[in-house]
Design a protein around this ligand. Structure first.
Ligand code: GLP
Length: 250
């Protein structure tokens, strides 16, 4: 497996990193709007992008940044959760971003966790097709799991997968247990963009904040590209960067 030289940018705080990324997103939205074109973003859930989403809402309210030309595709969703479930990523995204900006509802895409078992393969293909028809993802935002997962591409995930059904690792289930009121309530599977989908984005920014991420960030930045640590795959991308606060820096 090739090694890589992943770029990273170190910011004084998570707020500063989130503001810098929000400014970059706003610039792309505005320059595309000026050309009557859309801007396509791949979005992540988890606590890490919350400040970014808050900053985007702020730019909408304070500067009138409009999201009417924005198209979004979320990375993943728990399988078996209907969209109305309080822990669904659908709810998370609406509560933390979409309900507060002027996105067109038809431009919002998240994998549907209530897809019937027999429809999953065609559903995953349709999600990919939709991304292609939108012109591909301009900027993919990622977080990183404590085991190095991106989206729900857990350790062991191959690099050639597109949107698919993934099994959640024990660590991921343990980390989600509190918000679900116990590990037994965490779905065991998810729909997730694959590594190939993620690497097809024109630019990738992985956000990692806080001391608890420092060790996995250090490994992702220094180890060879390997399925054992899916975040290392980001190193194979020509325009990818980790945005870190001081605490998460290696
Ligand atoms: C979940 C999500 C990931 C996210 C990760 C880290 O597993 N599927 O996309 O990156 O959690 O979450 P946090 O940002 O809360 O540390």
């Amino acid at each position: 497996m090739p090694t890589h030289a992943l770029a990273h940018r170190l910011f004084p705080s998570a707020e500063a990193a989130s503001e810098a990324l929000a400014a970059e997103i706003a610039d792309l939205i505005r320059s595309r709007a000026a050309e009557n074109r859309s801007a396509v973003f791949g979005l992540a859930t988890g606590s890490t992008p919350l400040r970014l989403y808050a900053e985007l809402i702020h730019l909408h309210r304070a500067q009138g940044l409009s999201f009417t030309n924005v198209v979004t595709y979320n990375l993943d969703e728990y399988l078996g959760l209907p969209r109305g479930h309080p822990e669904s990523y659908w709810q998370f995204m609406h509560f933390n971003l979409f309900d507060h900006i002027d996105m067109r509802p038809e431009n919002i895409h998240l994998p549907d966790g209530s897809t019937a078992e027999e429809d999953l393969a065609s559903y995953c293909e349709a999600y990919e097709q939709s991304i292609r028809e939108a012109g591909g993802i301009d900027l993919q935002i990622l977080g990183i799991g404590h085991n190095g997962h991106i989206g729900f591409n857990e350790p062991g995930s191959q690099s050639d997968l597109r949107t698919h059904v993934a099994e959640l690792s024990e660590m991921t289930i343990r980390n989600a247990a509190q918000s679900f009121g116990g590990a037994e309530h965490v779905p065991g599977r998810a729909l997730t963009m694959g590594v190939r989908t993620i690497l097809d984005a024109r630019r990738i920014v992985l956000l990692a904040f806080g001391e608890s991420k420092a060790e996995i960030v250090r490994r992702a930045l220094t180890e060879e590209i390997s399925p054992d640590l899916p975040a290392t795959y980001v190193g194979a991308h020509p325009d990818a960067s980790f945005y870190l606060d001081q605490a998460a820096a290696p």
